[in-house]
Write a protein that binds this ligand. Structure first.
Ligand SMILES: [Fe+2]
Length: 291
């Protein structure tokens, strides 16, 4: 039977990708997708030769995917089976910790009172402006419980990222008071590893925290439907008692407060305590001069 030229081209593309990447035939990288192929009896000799004996069992179970339907349908029409997998590379983590509502209410009442102490008497700021306290709240006894919460949350995040053996410290902690109409323009938190925000008071209609896609916007065809794959921004909804941690390099902004009361949050940064001593040295081994 003559081979369909399209099937031949697709097969060669896959085989070439495997060969050039020195990748086992089970996980060829084709156009950014990892596609795992099963054996097709009439091709088995070729696959076997190409993969230097790495043959997969023809009897394995397959799971259907609809994400790459054209591939599925194409191979199905040739009597072949295909297994697809889409992986998300380089995900940007966001950690969200919510205090129970009842606990948050009393905790936030105390925090709000302490913030009021700091900002009293209130300065005159233009309507729609936001303003901030000094960045030393983590050093003040009145915020000791809050500081502990930040430190413990950050330690959990460090454990998740497998960097817990490198101590981190809070390098800044301040309260933000967003009056109605106030907003925070786009920014990131340079020279830190982790940043976060905790919500003390969120009015009805209070704005979300909007994170921007860190990838270069080279091609952004409008799909008509936003998803976590196609969107170029993502929001973290605020609520009293919620803490959100994120990588400090991730750019974000807060749209204007459309509520009728103040939106109060506490922001903070963390950095490795001994970054230069413990983390900045080269991680590669020298190839000469060590004898
Ligand atoms: Fe920020």
């Amino acid at each position: 039977m003559g081979e369909n030229p399209r099937a031949s081209a697709v097969r060669d593309l896959i085989v070439d990708a495997c060969d050039s990447a020195n990748t086992p035939i089970g996980n060829p990288v084709v156009n950014g997708f990892l596609v795992e192929f099963g054996l097709v009896p009439r091709w088995s000799g070729r696959w076997s030769w190409r993969t230097k004996g790495r043959r997969k069992s023809a009897g394995r179970q397959w799971r259907g995917f609809t994400c790459l339907a054209y591939i599925d349908h194409f191979f199905e029409s040739k009597g072949m089976r295909v297994k697809q997998e889409v992986q998300e590379l380089f995900p940007t983590p966001l950690w969200i910790v919510d205090l129970a509502a009842a606990d948050a209410a009393s905790f936030n009442a105390k925090l709000k009172a302490e913030i009021e102490n700091i900002i009293s008497p209130r300065p005159k700021v233009p309507s729609g402006s936001n303003w901030q306290t000094p960045q030393d709240l983590h050093t003040r006894p009145a915020f000791a419980d809050f500081t502990k919460l930040v430190e413990i949350t950050a330690r959990s995040v460090a454990q998740y990222l497998e960097v817990e053996r490198f101590p981190m410290m809070i390098t800044g902690c301040w309260a933000n008071i967003n009056s109605p109409g106030a907003y925070h323009p786009t920014h990131n938190h340079p020279n830190n590893y982790l940043s976060g925000v905790y919500y003390v008071a969120v009015p009805e209609g209070g704005p979300a925290l909007v994170f921007q896609d860190p990838r270069p916007a080279l091609m952004m065809p409008w799909t008509g439907k936003l998803s976590r794959v196609t969107a170029n921004a993502a929001v973290a909804q605020p609520q009293p008692g919620r803490m959100v941690l994120f990588p400090s390099w991730l750019r974000h902004h807060v749209p204007s407060n459309q509520g009728t009361t103040e939106r109060i949050s506490i922001s903070f940064n963390l950095m490795f305590t001994n970054f230069a001593e413990t983390l900045a040295a080269p991680r590669w081994k020298p190839t000469a001069g060590t004898g």
